[in-house]
Design a protein around this ligand. Structure first.
Ligand code: SAH
Length: 235
């Protein structure tokens, strides 16, 4: 069997104890760790992923953060991933093992997805280590079943049209809205006006010191937008 040099590793939502043993062992084994970060509107560099790694028994000098700006268009984002990929290829040529980490799970809206076609194209074998997705943690943090019996659950992300939400509410017992900040301002008033038979729950920065949860719709309305937030709607 061919030796693996590239790992896509899930970190879990934020609580360092919610990483899997397998993910932790992999991060300890590799020579280099690529972690996503962001550039805020005022130019501040942040990395939630690096913050999680920093709380684990992992040598932080192995970590290289690449920053994605919310202002990037598709071409700029692709260019950044190409750059990261080129750097990974150099590492592999030098005999290094690398991990590319994702908060939450690595197959669920993860930026590792950008690398997969490139790795496949160059026939570079990789292994993915799964983890706890943020919305799954939300059920436990809220102390509710996310779904049960014969009910279904639908996940939406960065919703643009309300039809999509209406449709999901009609067909599913539970609707999870990822990347909720992109639609927060318009969606909450819409739901308030249209539905009287739903419960909404909002979770923010799960597993971190800034974790915040509420099911008070006025409080959600007042809350400042943040990227790490999810809305859960139940009938
Ligand atoms: N791979 C991640 C999802 C990445 S997409 C996972 O498995 O959960 C980014 C979106 O995930 C954010 O916009 C937010 O909706 C959600 N998210 C990720 N981490 C979160 C956290 N700690 N708390 C709340 N929402 C989170």
């Amino acid at each position: 069997m061919q030796d693996i040099f590239v790992y896509g590793v899930a970190l879990g939502p934020g609580d360092p104890e919610l990483i899997t043993l397998k993910a932790l062992k992999t991060l300890q084994l590799v020579d280099k760790i690529y972690a996503p970060g962001s550039v805020s509107r005022d130019g501040e560099l942040k990395s939630h992923a690096r913050g999680i790694i920093g709380q684990l028994d992992i040598d932080l000098s192995k970590v290289e953060v690449f920053h994605i700006s919310m202002r990037f268009d598709r071409t700029e984002t692709e260019a950044l991933y190409q750059q990261v990929y080129e750097s990974i290829k150099i590492d592999i040529r030098n005999g290094k093992k690398v991990a590319f980490v994702s908060e939450g799970d690595v197959s669920f809206y993860s930026t590792f997805g950008y690398l997969i076609p490139r790795l496949n194209n160059d026939s570079i074998h990789y292994k993915m280590i799964p983890g706890v997705p943020a919305f799954i943690q939300a059920g436990s943090t809220l102390g509710i079943p996310l779904t049960s019996q014969s009910n279904s659950l639908k996940v939406l992300a960065a919703v643009k049209e309300f039809d999509e939400v209406d449709d999901a509410i009609t067909t599913s017992g539970t609707v999870v809205i990822m990347k909720f900040s992109t639609i927060k301002d318009r969606l909450i008033p819409y739901l308030q006006e249209k539905y009287s038979n739903i419960t909404v729950r909002y979770v923010e920065k799960l597993g971190t010191e800034e974790e915040f949860i509420t099911s008070d719709i006025e409080e959600i309305n007042k809350r400042k937008k943040t990227y790490f937030s999810i809305l859960i709607i139940q009938k």
